[in-house]
Design a protein around this ligand. Structure first.
Ligand code: GLC
Ligand code: MG
Length: 571
């Protein structure tokens, strides 16, 4: 939004640079497009790049600054494209490289930046390097680019160590040698079709620097780094000992996550990004045990942003929200990076449902539960207005602007999340947030693809009411709420990146803060109305609020943005 230099009030105290440059990404709202589920141009039931292209004006009109595209590269789709077989090719399911180039060009013409997903922790087992590693057998130089090890036990029949796969079962799969006998094992922190690269091998590091340049040359504005905390493993791949289960977003301290060595990789990538004009950025998907450890990924010579999973998992409660927001701002301030905020993505239960779920320890919302859809949407809308009032950058996930609920009743046979089909099925419910977008019409696929076409996951009948066409122009709709909030945020320089959040006291259960002098945000986090003297003029409310008297009654789970000052004569 703004391109000036602003003083960082806390900079001197922490010895950082006194003037922090405000760049596009510091307050950007970035909209995640999940290509399989956004728009399908050819009727095969799977979204594609030409489909995305055709819907870019919608994204522009929403009022976001950039899109992040989940992977669309050549892939057998064992993990919905997070298993990449060729990092420089578009999967025919999604289109061609020419489509990617055209999409980037169109987006730029519309004033949208484009961030693509980079998956450096592992490749697909169909990647040329891995196929050769298997075919060429033990001793093949290609094996050194992954983690191959002999098994334990008398005949090598046990995995080389006790690491679990995040998708369930052991993190090791045994190979068969070219002569048909059981051979070495290889490491895969995720599905067996996703072998982990050995980042100590110089060819791996070289290859990824080349991949970065390939996409930068094509015009992308940045990268979302998948499993950014996973690349470097402790020497010797030591046993864990006690702990036997890992989950997405919840891995703690371990020999294969958040090792200090990853930061050298990101320093070298930052140098590449900085060679290109126009401020190309990278955002880390880094799950680290503390916000301070997350901040290490966004030191001035490393990446630009890191997802704030601590916030994503924060309970709907005033004290907890205040604490995590403060900790987030403080941790990022120390390294001069913007905080980021997100409530939904392609790996977690949609926040329309998740924020109402009882199990608050379940940060990623791994086990979706049935919730009251009206109450769920009310709370989600309140949470979104809170999120968009926080300083820094915000990430939105496609469909949240329609208030789409989590789909919890997908039959097992249509589910494609690899974790669902493995072992305990932990983290295996991610299909429920990946159901294709409803755009228009009364019948599935609701404009997701051509009429009469399919969608790779079935869309609920109730989604006719939630389509873009059904909501457009209705001021009470969630879509128009997002548009209004994004327009206000864009128009007001005190919102967005400025480090100007000030907490205010309020009655129990009401979260109250100011952004500079221009906005007060009040969030009722209880399930009963709260009456307050009107703090000014209401700018935007996440639900109906009675503003007729000198007092305002803020209903349960409702956020109000106010222009502070006297409540313009209405009292
Ligand atoms: C990241 C992605 C997730 C994927 C995993 C393995 O967490 O967000 O979707 O399954 O990495 O690549
Ligand atoms: Mg298609």
């Amino acid at each position: 939004m703004t391109d000036q230099l602003t003083a960082d009030p806390t900079a001197e105290r922490d010895g950082a640079t006194a003037m922090a440059p405000t760049s596009w990404w510091r307050d950007a709202v970035i909209y995640q497009i999940y290509p399989r589920s956004f728009a399908d141009s050819d009727g095969d039931g799977i979204g594609d790049l030409p489909g995305i292209r055709s819907r870019l004006p919608y994204v522009r009109d929403l009022g976001v600054d950039a899109v992040w595209l989940s992977p669309f590269y050549a892939s057998p789709q064992a993990d919905a494209g997070y298993d990449v077989a060729d990092y420089r090719t578009v999967d025919p399911m999604f289109g061609t490289l020419a489509d990617a180039r055209a999409l980037i060009g169109d987006a730029h013409d519309l004033g949208l930046r484009v961030i693509v997903d980079l998956v450096p922790n592992h490749s697909s087992d169909q990647h040329e390097w891995f196929r050769r590693a298997i075919a060429e057998g033990p001793g093949s130089p290609m094996r050194a680019r992954y983690h191959f090890r002999p098994g334990r036990g008398a005949a090598g029949e046990l995995p080389p160590n006790d690491w679990p796969s995040i998708f369930g079962g052991p993190a090791w799969t045994r190979t068969t040698d070219p002569d048909g006998t059981p051979g070495d094992w290889y490491l895969h922190l995720f599905a067996p079709q996703q072998p982990d690269f050995n980042w100590d091998h110089p060819a791996v590091a070289d290859e990824f620097r080349t991949i970065l340049r390939f996409w930068l040359d094509l015009g992308v504005d940045g990268f979302r780094i998948d499993v950014a905390h996973g690349l470097v493993k402790a020497a010797g791949l030591p046993d864990l000992g006690a702990r036997t289960e890992w989950h997405l977003l919840d891995v703690g301290v371990s020999p294969c996550f958040d090792r200090d060595g990853v930061h050298d990789i990101y320093r070298s990538w930052r140098r590449i990004l900085d060679e290109y004009p126009g401020e190309r950025i990278a955002v880390a998907e880094a799950w680290a045990p503390t916000l301070d450890r997350v901040a290490n990924y966004v030191r001035p010579d490393e990446l630009h942003q890191a997802f704030n999973f601590s916030y994503l998992g924060t309970a709907w409660d005033v004290a907890t929200q205040r604490r995590v927001i403060d900790e987030s701002l403080e941790a990022m301030r120390r390294v001069g990076a913007p905080a980021t905020w997100t409530l939904s993505n392609h790996d977690v239960v949609r926040h329309t449902s998740r924020l109402l779920q009882a199990d608050e320890g379940d940060v990623a919302g791994r086990r979706p539960a049935e919730v009251d859809p009206v109450a769920g949407l009310r709370r989600a809308r309140a949470a979104t207005l809170l999120l968009l009032a926080l300083p820094g950058s915000a990430y939105l996930y496609q469909g949240e602007e329609l208030g789409l609920p989590e789909v919890i009743d997908l039959p097992p046979e249509v589910r494609q999340d690899p974790a669902f089909h493995r072992a305990t099925g932990q983290d295996g419910y991610r299909d429920g947030c990946r159901v294709p977008m409803p755009w228009e019409g009364d019948q599935a696929p609701y404009g997701f693809g051509p009429e009469g076409g399919a969608s790779w996951l079935p869309q609920p009948a109730s989604w006719a009411r939630l389509s873009v066409a059904a909501q457009q122009g209705d001021p009470a709709s969630t879509l128009e709420l997002y548009r209004a909030a994004l327009a206000l945020r864009r128009a007001d320089p005190a919102l967005g990146g400025a480090d100007n959040l000030r907490w205010c006291e309020g009655p129990d259960g009401l979260l109250v803060f100011d952004r500079g002098d221009s906005l007060r945000c009040t969030v009722n986090m209880t399930d009963a109305p709260i009456r307050i003297p009107r703090p000014g003029q209401a700018l935007l409310t996440s639900g109906p609020v009675d503003l007729s008297g000198a007092e305002a009654e803020i209903p349960a789970d409702t956020t109000v943005w106010w222009v502070p000052g006297s409540p313009d004569g209405a009292s």
